[in-house]
Design a protein around this ligand. Structure first.
Ligand code: NG1
Ligand code: ZN
Length: 535
């Protein structure tokens, strides 16, 4: 078997002088440097599947919100979760082998360390986003898969969360049908049922008003998927699309998409500001992130980001659980990038505990498992809700003759299926937000009125070596370079209600500086001064 690997590997040599690392979201960089990496990811995915007795593993080729010339690859574990962190080091080690000899030694070490039986057939599902480089990288990944005894199924172009869903269904048939259509069926069934419960009047008749939302799909694969989903949804839901040119990959994430809107805090290309108080949203390139926004009556752009989504979900679940008197725990997981006002609102008004983790959904996801209803969102709009078996049991066994309580319990039962619990999912989050807004009959401004964001700024600083920036305290304090944190603390002290921190990006060659303060001028000044310290 290693002979085949030797032969195939020589077709995918590692570029000299480059060092790779399985980071926040797998490998991600300029697509032209990724050929050897994806080949080796194919090898590792096969071994991971064999190590788990042939369970299906997923490979997603995507660089999410990054520019069109980038690409990336990440592995999905059997229950649809991110790759087990213990395997990340092996991914990094394999990717950095300089020649075929080193590669074979590294593979042998992994095989013996995990006592892998090479005769076990591996099963892989694979998909990619709409980037131009995707097809070539797919072929190289398949070269890796073919080097071991592996059955694989190529799902073509999918959103990242769709692939997570398919991996989960392949290993757990109770989760749904392992296909793209199965995904639409599962989500639309729950959505349509909830919509029906919400709008049904006492005579059993539906009394619906139309819900409209305009989606900026970042010219990514989400556009194609929304078109497919539309035909399954209630006629009372109107999903309009802009930036839907996923067949023109050079336009991907350019002046549009969730990252652009969140970072620049302004409307993307293609959406004009004449439509006041109507709901818009933006996906990122692989549709695992979503942010919402609207233009208020004073024509001011208002962002409803991941923190606002988390607080809307929390408000909904808190109300439901109290009304039904269900004794289950609820918690919210945030990162240091969460706006300080959101944390205060959650703790003081909603009286729900907030836990902080380092950046990267794998950390948040893990913590959310500690609660019956674990809500996690990064401020950039990447997140979901996890429900424990205890929660599902409480909801399933609930008995009441009260019509309102029956309706609420039916909605909760369906929302468990509507929310993609494997990973943050722009499409599923969009549908969940729509049913919650419809439930409360909230306009965008009602949703936005829960708390007012502190002015905030996120800057990218290019430095010579970002690896020297080491953090602690869920990435909120620097331990190295020495003395830098005390200088940041000094600056922070001179502004009211302010906060600032610095960390190296795990997906880009840059250091990120975050600042927030009571007023926009102080926030800008603080962000600039901290950036100057870092350079
Ligand atoms: P890095 O580049 O490590 O900051 C970014 C996002 C993360 C996460 C990953 C994966 C920010 C500040 N950081 O990570 O939240 O979403 O990309 O896509 O938004
Ligand atoms: Zn993404």
């Amino acid at each position: 078997m290693l002979e085949v690997i030797r032969l195939n590997s020589s077709k995918h040599p590692k570029p000299e002088s480059l060092e790779f690392s399985y980071g926040t979201a797998g490998f991600r960089m300029l697509a032209k440097n990724l050929d050897s990496v994806v080949f080796r990811v194919g090898l590792l995915a096969s071994l991971r599947s064999k190590a788990l007795n042939g369970k299906t593993i997923g490979i997603m080729i995507t660089a999410s919100h990054n520019p069109p010339e980038d690409n990336g690859v990440k592995l999905v574990d059997p229950m649809g979760e991110m790759l087990d962190q213990n395997w990340e080091v092996h991914a990094t080690a394999l990717s950095n082998c300089n020649n075929v000899e080193e590669l074979c030694n590294c593979l042998e070490q992994i095989i013996s360390f995990f006592k892998i039986d090479l005769t076990t057939c591996s099963k892989i599902v694979i998909a990619r986003d709409s980037r131009e480089s995707g097809l070539k990288l797919l072929e190289s990944t398949i070269d890796g898969l073919k080097s071991f005894n592996t059955e694989y199924q190529d799902f073509g172009l999918l959103t990242t969360p769709q692939l997570h869903y398919i991996v989960r269904c392949s290993n757990d048939i109770s989760f749904g049908e392992a296909s793209e259509n199965g995904y639409y069926k599962k989500l639309s069934n729950s959505f349509n049922n909830i919509f029906h419960y919400e709008n049904e009047n006492e005579n059993g008749k539906e009394n619906s008003t139309k819900i409209c939302v305009t989606i900026d799909a970042a010219n990514g694969i989400g556009a194609d998927k929304i078109v497919k989903l539309r035909s399954y949804l209630s006629e009372y839901v109107q999903l309009e699309l802009v930036n839907d040119k996923f067949m023109e990959p050079q336009l991907l994430n350019v002046a549009c998409g969730a990252d652009f809107v969140k970072t620049n805090q302004k409307l993307p290309n293609g959406i004009n500001s004449f439509n006041l108080n109507t709901l818009f949203c933006s996906f990122d390139g692989d549709a695992d992130r979503i942010v919402f926004y609207y233009v208020d009556s004073d024509k001011v752009f208002k962002l409803l980001d991941g923190d606002k989504i988390a607080t809307l979900f929390a408000f909904f679940f808190k109300k439901m659980l109290a009304f039904l008197e269900l004794d289950v725990s609820i918690g919210i997981i945030q990162t240091a990038y969460a706006n300080g006002s959101s944390t205060t609102y959650i703790e003081d008004n909603l009286q729900i505990p907030v836990i902080f983790t380092p950046t990267g959904v794998k950390h948040l996801h893990h913590k959310a498992l500690d609660y019956d209803v674990g809500i996690y969102f990064e401020a950039n709009g990447h997140g979901t809700v996890l429900f424990s078996q205890n929660f599902i049991k409480s909801v399933t066994n609930y008995q009441s003759n009260n019509i309102e309580k029956k309706r609420s319990i039916n909605i909760l039962k369906e929302i468990v299926n509507l929310i993609n619990q494997t990973v943050g999912d722009a499409i599923s989050d969009l549908l969940a937000v729509l049913v919650i807004l419809n439930f409360f009959k909230f306009k965008p401004s009602d949703w936005d009125s829960n708390y007012k964001d502190l002015p905030n700024k996120l800057l990218k600083v290019i430095v010579k070596d970002r690896t020297i920036f080491k953090t602690t305290n869920a990435e909120r304090s620097l331990v190295e370079p020495k003395f830098l944190q005390s200088k940041i603390d000094q600056l922070v002290k001179s502004y009211n209600k302010s906060r600032s921190f610095v960390r190296a990006s795990g997906t880009e060659n840059a250091v990120r500086v975050y600042a927030e303060a009571q007023d926009p001028k102080s926030c800008d000044e603080l962000a600039d001064k901290v950036s100057a310290l870092v350079q």
